[in-house]
Design a protein around this ligand. Structure first.
Ligand code: MTE
Length: 326
């Protein structure tokens, strides 16, 4: 099996079932050509060319959301699918790709409740069918200092909010991930008070850049990236983007998130990407893009305020001291 060194020079196996980047690019070109109106007869030929273990393709349309198209080069799909944080499966970056295949993502239901006029439990297909799936290229920057540029597939969370009609008293939204001891070996660890929980202010949740993602790189989400659906909040550190969601609850009080409980001084509720506000144990001034080398030889780039989305989201925090509300 192919092996790949991580940041510290340790080698990890690269499972072969993930679609390689070359195939992704071919698939992407095909999706693009379909979007431009080429005959759909190409699909059968293309499907036959896929390795049998390839995950299901999604057919997104280009996103109309301004700023949803980062111009940065895409991160290679196999990097984005093999260097992950999904602590339910272990602490190593390679653990999610090695173990998350045990998670069952069908059938899947998401309960949307709390302070809403129309509480509802959605079947995955109903949820996915609520709106047209768009491909949006967003940067994701993790608190430990690496970043990536990923073509996500989903729609603005706001579309779901409209469906359940939040009440006037709803001020925050709490997101809860699956906690299944049968498939998630690291639930034994007490570092996090499981299930993984995250939260957003209602206006952040309503911002069009906040995405409910069902896929990436033209495919349904691989388990290690948060199948079957996750949040993507591109102007915040990656830990806000909770994976494998099972509940979305509208509340009046600010929810206490999993990382806030574990280390409140290190992981604040807001977690806006900010090069001027350091993590207590390391600087946030620069970042390493996945694929830009590793260890001492990695190329580092200056981190941008709000991860480069300041012109769209800075208004949400007007008048707030970002060092205090980190
Ligand atoms: N969601 C759950 N349920 N469990 C997790 O451990 N890790 C978070 C976030 N969502 C995490 C999670 C962190 S710290 C990061 S950086 C991103 O997922 C990583 O997303 P990726 O693995 O798709 O790059």
């Amino acid at each position: 099996m192919k092996r790949r060194p991580d940041d510290r020079g340790y080698e990890h196996p690269v499972p072969s079932e993930i679609t390689p980047r070359g195939i992704h690019l071919a698939r992407r070109r095909l999706l693009q050509s379909l979007a431009f109106g080429m005959a759909g007869g190409g699909i059968a030929v293309w499907a036959r060319a896929m390795p049998s273990a390839a995950i299901t393709a999604l057919q997104p349309v280009p996103s109309p959301v301004p700023g949803a198209r980062a111009t940065d080069a895409l991160t290679a799909a196999d990097e984005a699918m093999h260097y992950n944080n999904f602590y339910e499966f272990g602490f190593e970056k390679s653990d999610p790709a090695d173990y998350a295949h045990a998670m069952k993502t069908r059938p899947w239901h998401v309960t949307v409740d709390g302070l809403v006029a129309q509480p509802r439990t959605f079947d995955l297909d109903d949820l996915r069918g609520l709106a047209t799936l768009e491909e949006r290229t967003y940067r994701l920057r993790c608190v430990e200092g690496w970043s990536m540029v990923i073509p996500w597939i989903g729609y603005s969370l706001e579309r779901l909010l409209r469906e359940v009609e939040p009440l006037g008293s709803a001020k925050y939204v709490e997101f809860t991930s699956l906690a299944d001891p049968a498939s998630m070996p690291n639930l034994r660890s007490s570092v996090i008070d499981w299930p993984y929980r995250e939260g957003l202010r209602l206006d952040e949740a309503r911002h069009p850049l906040t995405l409910l993602a069902f896929g990436m790189y033209g495919e349904v989400l691989p388990n290690q990236n948060g199948a079957p659906l996750r949040l993507v909040v591109p102007w915040k550190y990656g830990f806000k983007s909770a994976k494998s969601l099972v509940r979305i609850r509208f509340v009046e009080q600010r929810p206490v998130t999993a990382w806030e409980k574990t280390a409140p001084r290190e992981y604040g509720f807001y977690a806006n990407v900010n090069p001027d506000v350091d993590h207590p144990r390391w600087s946030q001034a620069t970042e390493r893009r996945l694929g830009d080398g590793s260890g001492l030889f990695a190329r580092r780039r200056p981190t941008q305020l709000f991860n480069g989305y300041a012109d769209q989201v800075a208004g949400l925090y007007a008048g707030m001291d970002l060092a205090k509300f980190y």
